[in-house]
Design a protein around this ligand. Structure first.
Ligand code: F6R
Length: 610
């Protein structure tokens, strides 16, 4: 949450900052700002409430010219979205700071800084950082030592970049809890929350570690760790192309990402199944040996990733025959949970920076889990760096705030994990073969499911004036219904709930009337007859139903019942296929409603604060 960009160069950097912010806008988009320093240290600070485009227009007018600068796109935590609360925050027109994270002890610091004569101009927690740096600057010889000293007084999470008008050819950056990467150019250096921001100017990056503080000048980057010792962080070449983060002609990132799913799954499975078996190193070196003794799996995740974990529970218990629990990370981290003997902790995350999931992993490490595995889409992320085992998803950058391809790739990875556990334990050969074949067939079947786009587009019109919707499923399709409901609510703002269909008559049936559309995920599986009875109960109460099925034999469209059929698929991969029509449904409903599909209100991607 919140996107940060900084640059120190020979050339003017304003455009680089603005382009970087546009590329980071998925992290927050309620206000944006920048501070640009010229060689003499004159600082121009411009902020706007709203999206980066508004800032870009203001910048065009003022044309600040400078070679050092910092910029920020905000997702509000403390203080309403407004120009006054937008970053950078400044102290005495000398120091400027942009920050991602939350300073938990801001109240106490604020009071003591006010007592010392500092004036606060915003309601943010961030502003304490810049005044604190100002206050400490008289005690330390340079900006890096000052920022290092300031970080020792901060409790909470931060990725921050600081500029000082008295030293206009440097920036100082500090990281604890919120990601930052340094970008290496020729005679110029950059910093950002995510490499994506800097791909137009460099492909060489170093990831800062927790507690690092770095000075960046045109010619050098010098880093100290949390103890103040000089350190080097490996510089690596990014393999993400600048195009991979574009829209490739699609109207929205979300639509592009829906259509990227087959290819993302192909890439993610490539070289991970060899001669029908899971590759030895697919889940990290030595993973199969470790999996032999696993007797319980604990999955921890948030949001869409949690929904993927819920599907995986069905697979793991049914096929591996061991227990599997799934918990929302923000709950897991704050309760005393029971740790089963020989447990594998699995974190699922697109970004690898979700604060609650990361905290859950850190907690689990102290609780006696046998080993931790992360299934994650970002190689440089904290979850990847801190987990014992890693399965890197190769979904490519996911920029639409509503997660789509990360969900299906996570599911493919979790089905592969079930297979890996069975193979390691030398059990359930039949499932292992079936899963291998089903996963091979999956990308092509997803492509076939895309033919549903047009019929669903037509259905979407009927949803646009609705206030509420129910999503029903049974078994491993219940979490698919949960994910469908989450997609609809987050981008179209229609209140949507998912229920296990058998649970309806225990309460929610009272909600059913003609204004409550009911979406049912109904593949032809062992639970279909039960589900059909549930559907009849709903129909009898006058609801309008939309049934997504994969067999012509079971449902026929009739007044009040729209049936959308897709090709029948192996039951193991059916949850991965059935989310596709629900993704289309939410996308096209949002389009009819005219909401901001890629950047829905109040949300942001990569939730780095708890
Ligand atoms: C919903 C969505 C969120 C994320 C959640 C976890 O469409 O994107 O619910 O799934 O914030 O994020 P990651 O997977 O990055 O840990």
């Amino acid at each position: 949450m919140c996107g940060i960009v900084g640059a120190v160069a020979e050339r003017p950097i304003t455009e680089i900052l603005i382009e970087g912010l546009k590329r980071l806008e998925y992290r927050g988009y309620d206000s944006a700002g920048l501070a640009v320093l010229n060689r003499e240290g004159k600082t121009t600070c411009i902020k706007r409430q709203g999206k980066v485009d508004l800032l870009a227009q203001a910048v065009d007018k003022h044309a600040p010219n400078g070679t050092t600068g910092i910029a920020h796109t905000r997702w509000a935590t403390h203080g309403a979205p407004s120009e006054r609360n937008a970053h950078p925050h400044q102290s005495g027109s000398r120091f400027s700071v942009v920050h991602n994270g939350i300073i938990e002890n801001h109240q106490g610091l604020r009071e003591s800084l006010i007592a010392e004569g500092y004036t606060f101009n915003s309601d943010t927690d961030t502003e304490v950082i810049v005044h604190l740096i100002h206050k400490l600057s008289t005690d330390y010889k340079d900006l890096r030592s000052t920022v290092f000293a300031a970080t020792k007084q901060l409790v909470g999470a931060y990725g921050m970049v600081v500029s000082d008008s008295q030293s206009p050819n440097e920036l100082v950056v500090a990281r604890s809890g919120s990601p930052l990467v340094i970008g290496y150019g020729l005679g110029e250096h950059f910093v950002a929350s995510d490499q994506l921001a800097l791909l137009p100017v460099t492909r060489r990056f170093a990831v800062l570690e927790e507690g690092d503080v770095a000075q960046i000048t045109r010619d050098a980057v010098s880093i100290i760790d949390a103890l103040g010792e000089p350190v080097r962080r490996a510089i690596e070449e990014s393999d993400i192309t600048a195009e991979a983060s574009g829209k490739a002609g699609y109207k929205h990132y979300m639509l592009k990402e829906i259509f990227e799913q087959p290819e993302a799954i192909r890439r993610t499975l490539q070289d991970r199944i060899i001669d029908g078996n899971v590759a030895d190193d697919a889940f990290g070196n030595g993973s199969l040996e470790l999996f032999k003794d696993i007797k319980h799996v604990q999955i921890v995740a948030c949001g869409t990733s949690y929904n993927a974990g819920m599907v995986a529970r069905y697979w793991i218990e049914q096929t591996v025959g061991i227990s599997c629990s799934v918990e929302i990370a923000s709950e897991f981290r704050y309760r005393e949970s029971f740790v089963h003997k020989d447990s594998l902790l699995v974190t699922l995350s697109q970004s690898g920076e979700t604060a609650d999931t990361l905290a859950a992993l850190r907690l689990a490490k102290s609780l006696g889990y046998s080993t931790s595995l992360t299934i994650c889409n970002v190689e440089t992320s904290s979850l990847v760096r801190e987990s014992d085992l890693v399965y890197l998803m190769k979904a490519g950058p996911e920029i639409g705030v509503a997660s789509t391809k990360a969900f299906t790739v996570q599911l493919a990875a979790m089905l592969l994990l079930s297979k890996a556990l069975c193979e390691a334990k030398n059990i359930n050969q039949e499932f292992c073969e079936e899963a291998g074949q089903a996963l091979n067939a999956l990308p092509a079947q997803m492509e076939r499911a895309f033919s549903l786009e047009q019929p669903i587009k037509a259905l979407a019109e009927q949803f646009a004036d609705k206030q509420h919707a129910l999503f029903l499923g049974r078994g491993d399709q219940y979490p698919v219904a949960m994910e469908g409901a989450l997609k609809l609510k987050e981008i179209s703002y229609i209140h949507a709930e998912a229920y296990a269909a058998g649970e309806l008559k225990h309460g929610p049936l009272a909600l059913i009337d003609a204004d409550m559309p009911v979406v049912v995920v109904a593949p032809d599986n062992v639970l279909l007859d039960k589900l059909k009875s549930n559907i009849e109960e709903v129909r009898a109460r006058g609801s309008v139903m939309y049934v997504f099925a994969d067999s012509d034999d079971h449902f026929e469209s009739a007044p009040g019942l729209d049936v959308v059929n897709m090709a029948h698929a192996n039951h193991l991969i059916a949850p991965i296929l059935f989310i596709i029509p629900l993704q289309f449904l939410s996308y096209y409903v949002a389009l009819v409603k005219g909401t901001d599909v890629d950047q829905p209100r109040n949300l942001a991607k990569s939730v780095t604060v708890e």
